[in-house]
Ligand binder design. Structure first.
Ligand SMILES: Nc1ncnc2c1ncn2[C@@H]1O[C@H](COP(=O)(O)OP(=O)(O)OP(=O)(O)O)[C@@H](O)[C@H]1O
Length: 241
């Protein structure tokens, strides 16, 4: 479970990138964090994962406060960032073995899992190439494989489907469903309404740093259809490339 309590963040000046966000992400559900470009999704996820300090409020992941107990909190989650341009000089296999070392995954299990995951995502044959030679989608797949390799309880995914080919996107969605079915936590962000409609059990909508809505998908549809003030937001969430 993830809990945000009155979380606020400004980069500079008065404008708040995230403003008094309070939100609970339950276990056993796929939870979508939806908002147009610049709404505050990545800032929220960067605070959640301990990359950015929180100005005000608290965030707990499986009861560990990310500011007070960062190591304990970090052991419980896996994170796929929106930009997969990391560890570019490593070969794919070196990156996955590095993750295996960090999370103490026994060598025999590691080999089997790496083979399974990278075959599922169609990157097995390029594991001996440097990540910098990979396309955006392939870089994303190696990072997703790294997260799945250590199989954390809590998955935090920032725009995970952007840049994935349809087959890999389908596979990742299936894996997210399976993880939630096992009673684990899946929290992902997107600026595309259609993605949450396909995938989510529950959704939170953020706009200009503020929470506009949180609840079940049917209630979100109802809110969009009945509240005229949300029309512009709805257009921004549906009108994408
Ligand atoms: N490093 C930064 N310095 C200053 N302002 C920033 C920085 N990063 C983000 N912002 C601002 O904070 C606000 C929220 O940005 P954020 O990246 O969290 O939005 P987002 O919902 O993730 O958008 P996108 O869908 O485009 O990734 C925006 O107004 C953005 O311009």
């Amino acid at each position: 479970m993830i809990q945000f309590q009155h979380v606020t963040k400004s980069y500079s000046g008065d404008k708040k990138a995230v403003d008094q966000l309070s939100l609970t992400i339950p276990d056993g559900k796929i939870f979508g964090f939806l908002g147009p470009n610049g709404a505050g999704k990545s800032t929220t996820i960067k605070m959640l994962t301990g990359i950015l300090p929180i100005d005000e409020g608290t965030i707990t992941i499986n009861s560990f406060d990310i500011s007070k107990y960062p190591l304990e909190a970090k052991k419980t989650f896996g994170y796929v960032p929106d930009s997969p341009n990391m560890f570019l000089r490593l070969k794919g296999i070196e990156y996955l073995n590095f993750i295996g070392d960090v999370y103490d995954i026994p060598t025999d299990q590691r080999k089997e899992k790496i083979e399974y995951l990278t075959k599922e995502f169609g990157i097995y044959d390029v594991l001996n190439d440097a990540i910098q030679t990979y396309s955006h989608g392939m870089r994303q797949k190696i990072i997703v494989s790294g997260v799945l390799l250590h199989d954390p309880d809590v998955w935090i995914l920032d725009e995970p489907l952007t840049g994935l080919d349809p087959k890999s996107s389908y596979k990742l969605k299936e894996m997210m469903r399976e993880h939630a079915r096992k009673g684990k936590t899946v929290f992902f962000s997107t600026h595309v309404l259609e993605v949450v409609e396909q995938l989510c059990d529950e959704v939170a909508i953020i706009n200009n740093g503020k929470l506009e809505f949180t609840g079940k998908m049917d209630d979100m549809r109802e809110k969009f259809s009945t509240e005229g003030s949300l029309e512009q937001l709805f257009l921004e969430l549906t009108n994408h490339e």
